[in-house]
Ligand binder design. Structure first.
Ligand code: FAD
Length: 385
């Protein structure tokens, strides 16, 4: 098989698959439409499955060194009572690592550092993909044309390539929630590594970062497109009576650091992640709600699985068939579970339903909550070399 690949999109999934493909002998170009390569965004939690995928790509150690283990924390009510407590040491014993929190820009930089500079074509937008002779694919960008034996579409939730491959698919749907998030500026003295607090149709969460700063997010049930003239002031108003350290986290945030996005997902699952010699990966294939913190972890699993299939199968077609069989059921099951976690968590707003949910959570033994988490985290990557 020829071994030239074009990856569309230089987010976490695109960079990860580029590293994986290079490790199994492919020549790779990553085409990224933005010209600033820092994966804007606040922080991200990496569970054991994502960290193992990073290990297989050879960047796990560097990521662990830059990240902070989430040993203490759990889920609370706005008044501060605990609904569940999570012990990272128990997870560590079960799957070898606690969940780790890292600034997205740091993760992106570490992935980029594993690729030679010439792999990345930045400021170039892919507009078309077209099958040519012998199954090869022509990739049309605004400023150039590339040819490849394999195209990996890692172009995110609004994927252009997915739209070209599956023109009748409805695309992403609004989840009903909007999210505001930021990283605090000064270091914070936090008592927990991570917390989630559920009110009625609202969630506030934070993760502590290694350098002492914290990333926080606020998720609200609101109509799509709702925007605030002063987002930080609006959050201070909405969360002013919530327990510490929520008001303090907002006070430690610069107004222009706040990002605001509506949460979309691919609520109708794709019938395939591949077509010809084109593979969809990450949010392009299975954008999910963030309620399990698994979107990027699944993209990392995709990356390692695809590289491994290409290293072991005799043809690109056979490798892509295996990729689809191995990745679609799992990632779509995680996406369903994330939606369900949102329904029972942040999205729940009826006072009676919230009270029942909270009682059930208080009565759930800690082991049961850990087992539920482990269901998604216990993934073992194939070896790449
Ligand atoms: P993206 O990161 O969206 O990257 C796509 C890239 O493609 C972008 O750089 C874009 O500019 C580029 N691009 C798009 N179109 C084109 C084109 N036509 N030509 C060239 N380039 C193009 N996941 C976790 O695992 N843990 C978490 O804690 C977590 N928290 C989250 C919190 C929130 C609020 C949200 C919204 C998501 C969270 N996720 C989390 C999910 C995670 O952020 C995504 O699943 C992950 O970033 C997807 O990576 P990706 O590379 O597939 O897509």
């Amino acid at each position: 098989m020829g071994n030239v690949a074009v990856v569309v999109g230089g987010g976490i999934g695109g960079l990860a698959v580029a590293i994986g493909l290079r490790r199994v002998g492919w020549e790779v170009r990553v085409v990224e439409r933005t010209s600033v390569l820092d994966d804007a965004g606040a922080g991200i939690s990496l569970a054991a499955n994502g960290l193992r995928a990073l290990d297989a790509l050879g960047v796990g150690e560097a990521v662990r060194e830059a990240a902070r283990g989430q040993y203490t924390g759990g889920t609370r009510t706005p008044e501060g009572g605990w609904l569940t407590r999570m012990d990272g040491a128990v997870l560590e014993k079960a799957v070898g690592t606690p969940i780790m929190g890292i600034a997205r820009s740091t993760l992106h930089r570490l992935l980029r550092a594993s690729l030679p500079g010439e792999v990345l074509l930045i400021g170039s937008e892919v507009e078309s993909v077209q099958r040519i002779d012998h199954g090869r694919v022509r990739v049309g960008c605004a400023d150039r044309v590339l040819e490849a034996d394999l195209v990996v579409a890692a172009d995110g939730i609004g994927s252009t390539v997915r739209g070209l491959l599956f023109p009748t698919h409805p695309g992403p749907a609004y989840s009903g929630s909007t999210v505001l998030r930021a990283i605090t500026e000064p270091a914070m003295d936090l008592r927990s590594d991570f917390e989630l607090t559920w009110g009625r149709g609202a969630e506030f969460g934070h993760i502590a970062l290694r350098d002492g700063r914290a990333e926080w997010h606020a998720v609200l049930n609101l109509p799509a497109g709702t925007r605030f003239p002063d987002p930080l002031a609006e959050l201070r108003r909405r969360f002013r009576d919530w327990h510490d350290p929520i008001p303090a986290l907002l006070d430690a945030t610069r107004p222009n650091a706040v990002l605001h996005h509506d949460v979309h997902e691919l609520s109708r699952p794709l019938p395939s992640y591949t077509l010809g010699r084109i593979a969809l990966l990450g949010d392009a294939a299975h954008a999910m709600t963030p309620h399990l913190g698994q979107g990027a972890c699944q993209a990392l699993e995709d990356a390692v699985t695809l590289a491994s299939a290409l290293a072991t199968e005799p043809t690109v077609e056979a490798a892509l068939a295996r990729y689809d069989v191995e990745r679609r059921p799992r990632s779509q099951a995680v996406a369903r579970a994330a939606r369900q976690a949102g329904r029972m968590g942040q999205r729940l707003s009826h006072p009676l339903a919230v009270a029942l949910r909270n009682t059930a959570m208080r009565l759930t033994p800690p082991g049961a909550a850990t087992r539920m988490i482990l269901r998604h985290h216990a993934w073992v990557p194939p070896q790449l070399n």
